[in-house]
Design a protein around this ligand. Structure first.
Ligand SMILES: *Cc1c(COP(=O)(O)O)cnc(C)c1O
Length: 373
């Protein structure tokens, strides 16, 4: 049996028709740049995130970069973030001219609020937590720290659209919340897209200007910006896909529930707290990661390591961030493994993944934390 990590084909006939209708409508009206669907999309995203405004952009990377720019983050400033994320998070900070400062994670793979407090200096301007794997950070605690230190919070919620904590969705806690909507993400476009959500009208106007080269009235450039507009076609297709999102998310959560129920004796599984975790990736941790990864791949199961390199240790940043005190991230990055988790997995495929992992441990007569010999 083959189990792909993701399956991006649109197999629902109903959804396919809705998407084609959306494209057809845009082709007919011809307003391909910032057409009426963009505003409609922004209203939909803002409402879903319990926020007043949303600004559609071309990617999650652009969302993060522009959110920091709107807060006037630049050279001389520090942004406290996690070492464990997709490199985009760090690149966005560095592109503003600010310096990323890394606070270690907890065993749940998210930034440790206690370590944020230790990382804050007089130059700190923003705390940038990442809801890694689709599981929300300790947001109440992080917001308390930000308030007492006078800092802004930008949530990197790229992996967490739809996750909730204390009835508040991902993206609704920070001053700004950033989403990626690329094809891999939970609320996904059919290519590249992203959005920033917020309540402050002045910041929103600033973002609208920054996403179109810093122009006012689309003519005069008031500050240096980039072109980061979302395509009308992507916005239109996402409006078409939105009614299907709840069922899609529920399928991810259901697959995760089966894995956790069946595998918790063998590997460390994400807990079944379906409220604040949408299991965008179903990431287990085990000291036997590399052996298990190879075993699964040999058995046709496409498991992935997201991501094998901590952000400050990428080649572009090598030797620039020495002596970091991030022991938990350093340990966990060698243990993380993402199992196939998507809405097109069959029950049989999930069973096969579970049986194959059980066989791996049985064959070796290994316990969950036994030492590799
Ligand atoms: C995907 C992702 C991004 C970047 O989004 P793009 O749309 O690919 O630019 C940023 N942060 C995290 C945590 C992500 O997973």
């Amino acid at each position: 049996m083959k189990v792909p990590y993701r399956d991006l084909r649109v197999t629902s006939e109903e959804l396919r028709v809705d998407l084609l209708d959306a494209v057809d409508r845009v082709l007919r009206h011809g307003r391909l740049l910032l057409g009426p669907e963009v505003e409609h999309f922004e209203e939909m995203v803002a409402a879903a995130c319990h926020r007043r405004f949303a600004v559609g952009v071309g990617s999650g990377t652009q969302a993060l970069y522009l959110a920091l720019r709107a807060l006037e983050v630049g050279p001389g400033d520090e942004v406290v973030t996690t070492p464990m994320s997709w490199i985009s998070t760090m690149n966005a900070i560095v592109l503003t001219g600010a310096r990323p400062v890394f606070a270690d994670i907890r065993h749940d793979l998210n930034i440790d609020p206690e370590k944020i407090i230790e990382a804050v200096t007089p130059d700190t301007k923003v705390i940038l937590p990442v809801h890694f794997t689709g599981r929300m950070c300790q947001m109440a605690q992080i917001m308390d720290i930000a308030h007492s230190e006078g800092l802004h919070v930008v949530e990197d919620a790229a992996q967490a659209f739809g996750a909730m904590q204390n009835d508040k969705p991902a993206g609704s806690y920070g001053h700004l919340g950033c989403f990626s909507m690329n094809t891999m993400k939970m609320f996904s476009s059919y290519g590249e897209a992203g959005a920033i959500v917020l309540n402050d009208r002045t910041l929103c106007d600033r973002l609208l200007s920054l996403r179109y080269n810093g122009t006012v009235n689309k003519e005069d450039c008031h500050e240096v910006g980039i072109n980061a507009r979302i395509d009308t076609l992507q916005a239109a297709m996402m409006i078409g896909a939105f009614p299907y999102l709840e069922a899609k998310t529920a399928a991810f959560i259901a697959a995760a529930a089966r894995y956790t129920t069946e595998l918790s004796d063998l590997v460390d599984c994400p807990p079944l707290d379906g409220s604040h975790h949408i299991y965008y990736t179903y990431t287990i941790t085990t000291p036997h990661r590399d052996l298990l990864h190879n075993f699964l791949v040999e058995h046709g199961i496409e498991s992935k390591i997201y991501h094998p390199i901590l952000m400050p240790y990428h080649t572009a940043y090598r030797n620039k961030y020495l002596g970091l005190d991030i022991p938990v991230a350093t340990k966990m990055v060698k243990r993380i493994l993402c199992l196939p988790n998507h809405d097109q997995l069959s029950d049989d495929q999930i069973s096969y993944v579970i049986e194959t992992i059980k066989k791996f441990f049985d064959d070796r007569k290994m316990q969950r934390n036994s030492v590799i010999t």
